[in-house]
Design a protein around this ligand. Structure first.
Ligand code: ADP
Length: 528
């Protein structure tokens, strides 16, 4: 290898080490290096305009003046030999521009005007398309371009492409970072070992452990991940590591406890694996801080539970004393209906308290069902018999020609059906028929409770199952209550894999239809 070629290799290496994302700077460095190492008077870089109709010179370096300038423009139509040649050759090495047919377009004016005698032009390719050309224009006696010089120049042209690519990548990255930083959620990217390799502004600011470079181990030493029941989760059950094993975790509620400050916060985490081919190489986690909501939910839940507990005892005392008193001999006649009123009021209080307890178990996810094969008709019959005793003004009819087998928690299912039947009675104050129909239909179990009561105002039927929703509140038909019964009824039915719907005509009556899967020998998977 000659001294010169060694020199050129060193120059290429230095160029490659520069920050390639500053394109104008890189172009200037390349033209200067080309001129210096090959002893050429003018070196320039030209760019093909978008529609391919011209090339524009972005930088010309003149060796004798050691100076850079922007250059002119050459139209494709003025250079019909030169433009096609650029597309076809790796390099256009013209030792003598007066005889080379590819240079004929410039022979009349351009070459004589600048005194150019030899020319070496190397096309610059970028993303499979012609980007432009790196030109070496020699002034003085014609010279021969060696293959080593042609190669060197081709390497310089490649450096231009690399610089363009690096700049494009950086622009994209910057734009993407700006988007990620602008979102309020915390975003972190984990590598295959669970180390944080990227974190957006929200994560860096809000997450004590959101720092880039933090390993899973380091996070484990300073953080506790907890599930909704406050149980500490081992790292393999954290959403990030689960995503790294290929699972997509959607909006899971996690408690994060700092072991340094003791602070507890709650986040909803969505984690998804990122794959290269089949292999999971990293994972992205998006965290939303829901601490305020969770803390408020907990206060509500604890308040409900404490209230229910405190109310139970006095109600039980009133009820049992009323019962005891009513059995006493020699009571004045007026006392019996009064004691009965106390008993009924206590029953109602007990129901309200039970609904409150159920509501807090549902919020906590602690409504546990013990399902077993059961006859829905038998449950309906128990409900109808009990309700009939305290509804003398209504005709309760059970229409159930054959047993209907379902997989149910009998006492919860009884509670759901009792709610529908009690409501049918309660909301038909002038009495009338209450019909309970149980049958098999379209491969499912159907139980319908129909009344001839006040009905539900139009447009409110779809909300009737929402907690605390009471369409008759504040009207003459307001019979009190918390508005929880139907909500609990639907929650129970949903947990049995069923549905419950209401249809009603105001002033004419309502029908509530409950559907459940039939019990077959192979029970369907529990939706719980
Ligand atoms: P609660 O638990 O207070 O009895 P529900 O959740 O059972 O309340 O019912 C909510 C509301 O739906 C009632 O306040 C009432 O306005 C209406 N509703 C329920 N069942 C019927 C019905 N059969 N006919 C008319 N309105 C009804």
């Amino acid at each position: 290898m000659t001294d010169k070629s060694l020199d050129r290799q060193r120059v290429l290496l230095e160029l490659a080490r520069r920050d390639p994302t500053n394109v104008p700077d890189t172009l200037r460095a390349i033209t200067k290096v080309a001129a210096l190492s090959m002893g050429v008077e003018r070196t320039s870089i030209w760019r093909l305009v978008d529609d391919g109709s011209a090339i524009v010179c972005d930088d010309v370096y003149m060796l004798s003046k050691d100076d850079h300038r922007p250059g002119g423009r050459i139209l494709a139509r003025d250079a019909p030999h030169y433009f096609p040649a650029l597309l076809e050759s790796r390099a256009l090495a013209a030792d003598d521009v007066t005889t080379d047919p590819r240079m004929v377009d410039f022979r009349e004016s351009y070459f004589p005007r600048l005194g150019i005698t030899s020319m070496l032009d190397v096309p610059i390719w970028y993303r499979g398309e012609l980007y432009g050309v790196l030109c070496h224009e020699h002034i003085g006696p014609p010279r021969h371009w060696t293959s080593e010089e042609v190669n060197f120049s081709a390497n310089l042209a490649d450096l231009v492409s690399l610089s363009l690519e690096a700049m494009e990548r950086k622009t994209l990255e910057r734009r993407w970072e700006a988007v990620i930083d602008a979102i309020a959620e915390m975003v972190v990217v984990l590598d295959a070992d669970g180390t944080i390799v990227a974190a957006n502004a929200a994560a860096r600011e809000n997450l004590e452990r959101g720092r880039v470079g933090l390993t899973l181990d380091a996070r484990n030493r300073t953080m506790e991940y907890r599930d909704t029941r406050d149980r500490v989760l081992p790292p393999e059950r954290w959403p990030g590591p689960r995503a790294l094993r290929g699972e997509t975790v959607r909006g899971e509620l996690i408690g994060l406890k700092s072991l340094v400050t003791g602070e507890m916060r709650y986040v909803r985490i969505t984690s998804a694996p990122m794959r290269e081919g089949e292999r999971v190489t990293s994972a992205v986690s998006i965290l939303t801080d829901v601490s305020e909501e969770v803390k408020f939910e907990r206060i509500k839940r604890d308040f409900l539970a404490a209230l229910a507990h405190e109310l139970k005892t006095p109600v039980a005392i009133s009820k049992s004393y009323a019962q005891l008193l009513s059995r006493q001999a020699g009571l004045p006649e007026r006392a019996l209906p009064m004691l009965d009123a106390i008993r009924r009021a206590s029953d109602r209080m007990e129901k309200l308290i039970a609904d409150m307890v159920d509501l807090s178990s549902i919020i906590l996810g602690q409504l546990v069902l013990e399902r077993a094969p059961t006859d829905l008709v038998a449950i309906a019959r128990t409900v109808v018999e009990r309700a009939g005793r305290s509804a003398p003004r209504h005709r309760l009819r059970l229409d159930a020609p054959a047993p209907v087998r379902v997989l149910a928690d009998s006492s919860r299912m009884e509670q759901a059906i009792r709610q529908l039947v009690d409501n049918a009675i309660r909301y038909s104050p002038r009495g009338g028929d209450v019909e309970i129909q149980v049958r098999e239909d379209a491969g499912g179990a159907v139980l319908a409770v129909r009344d001839e009561g006040i009905g539900i105002p139009h447009g409110q039927q779809e909300h009737i199952f929402e907690p605390f929703y009471r369409p008759h509140a504040g009207t003459p038909n307001d019979l009190g209550g918390l508005g929880l019964g139907l909500y609990l009824c639907r929650e129970i039915v949903l947990r049995h894999g069923g549905t419950v719907l209401a249809s009603s005509t105001e002033g004419a009556g309502s029908t509530f239809t409950l559907r459940l899967p039939l019990f077959t020998e192979l029970p369907p998977p529990s939706p719980q």
